[in-house]
Design a protein around this ligand. Structure first.
Ligand SMILES: [Zn+2]
Ligand SMILES: [Zn+2]
Length: 340
């Protein structure tokens, strides 16, 4: 099969890889209908995270089950399924509490490489959620978004306690931030402030439900949020970047007693304890337990109540994955969908 490999920073190649097979009775093998490039794939691509190449890439996937191990009972060959970036049993105490991305048996899907024609999915019963019928082709991008960026934005909104009556600020205008806006809208927020300096992203944020756009960053961005909230700060802040600047912008944009849902993968973020103490904010986040939200998100998509697939503004054949990475790296594309 064909699959994307990262050899070194900036060097993505699509090559022949060994076909996945059932290795454990709890595995499934799926044929991908679509896969994509994640903002988090750009960290090793940019050399900010070290690469031990050639490394398989990709952790976002939807497709048709081809084969299952003999211990798998919840999904069967022929079904259209969606999973997330950690395989999870969905039965341990941590999973049952809704934190499947920290499952005691979790396995990272990125190591298996979902930017490929086929993929082995461990713990298939816990990991995969099947749609009722094979979805029509135009729903596939939205279902693929549910595999990570929609579920992550949803978790960011949930962790930030978004709800009716709340003013929400969203730090980050990548796919996760934009879908955090969509989640906040769906969860009933009164006012949603998207922080973005890019016109196409601002337009999509508005389409997803943003009521205000703030173009300033850092302390100036915080000052604008305070201006818009009678000096108090937002009730809920979704942090969807993962840098020192974005995390501090998020914490400083929240009002005392407010909530920050942080879902940008943290890179060298240091929190000053004294400032945190006096901020009196709640911090909750981490790797999104996307599996918790998948059944609800799949229903909303299949009923055409939400259209998160709009974040894909570039679609390429899998063999052109290198251009997909390049376009996202240069911020020419919000998110690249790859067709195997
Ligand atoms: Zn991802
Ligand atoms: Zn578990």
């Amino acid at each position: 099969m064909r699959g994307a490999l990262l050899y070194a920073p900036g060097d993505i190649r699509v090559e022949d890889r060994r076909d996945p097979t059932i290795e454990k009775p709890t595995d499934a093998v799926i044929r991908l209908a679509a896969t994509c490039v994640c903002g988090s794939d750009l960290w090793p691509y940019r050399g900010i995270e070290s690469v031990d190449g050639p490394a398989p890439m990709g952790h976002e996937y939807v497709g048709i089950v081809e084969e299952v191990g003999n211990a798998v009972s919840a999904v069967r060959p022929g079904q259209f399924v969606i999973g997330s970036f950690f395989a999870s049993d969905n039965t341990c105490e941590i999973c049952r509490a809704g934190y499947q991305s920290s499952c005691v048996h979790r396995e990272p899907m990125g190591a298996l490489g979902a930017q490929a024609e086929r993929l082995r999915v461990p713990l298939a019963d816990g990991t995969l959620v099947a749609t009722t019928d094979t979805p029509s082709a135009d729903l596939v991008p939205s279902l693929l978004a549910a595999s990570d960026v929609l579920g992550t934005g949803w978790y960011g909104a949930t962790a930030a306690e978004v709800g009716p009556g709340k003013v929400v600020a969203v730090v980050g205008d990548g796919a996760v931030g934009l879908l955090g806006v969509l989640a906040a809208r769906h969860l009933g927020a009164d006012r949603i402030i998207a922080m973005s300096r890019h016109e196409t992203r601002q337009n999509l944020a508005r389409e997803f439900g943003a009521t205000d756009i703030v173009t300033e960053r850092g302390d100036d961005g915080v000052a604008r949020i305070k201006d818009l909230t009678e000096g108090l700060g937002a009730h809920s802040v979704i942090e969807a970047v993962g840098t020192q600047e974005s995390m501090m912008q998020a914490i400083r944009s929240a009002r005392p007693g407010g909530h920050v849902g942080y879902v940008g993968v943290a890179h060298d973020v240091q929190l000053p304890g004294d400032e945190l103490f006096f901020s009196a904010t709640h911090l909750h986040g981490g790797p999104a337990p996307v599996r918790r939200f998948l059944p609800e998100l799949i229903d909303l998509i299949c009923n055409r109540e939400i259209d998160p697939g709009k974040v894909f503004d570039l679609e390429l054949p899998l063999d052109e994955a290198a251009e997909g990475y390049h376009a996202m790296d240069e911020r020419r594309a919000i998110k690249t969908l790859l067709r195997p």
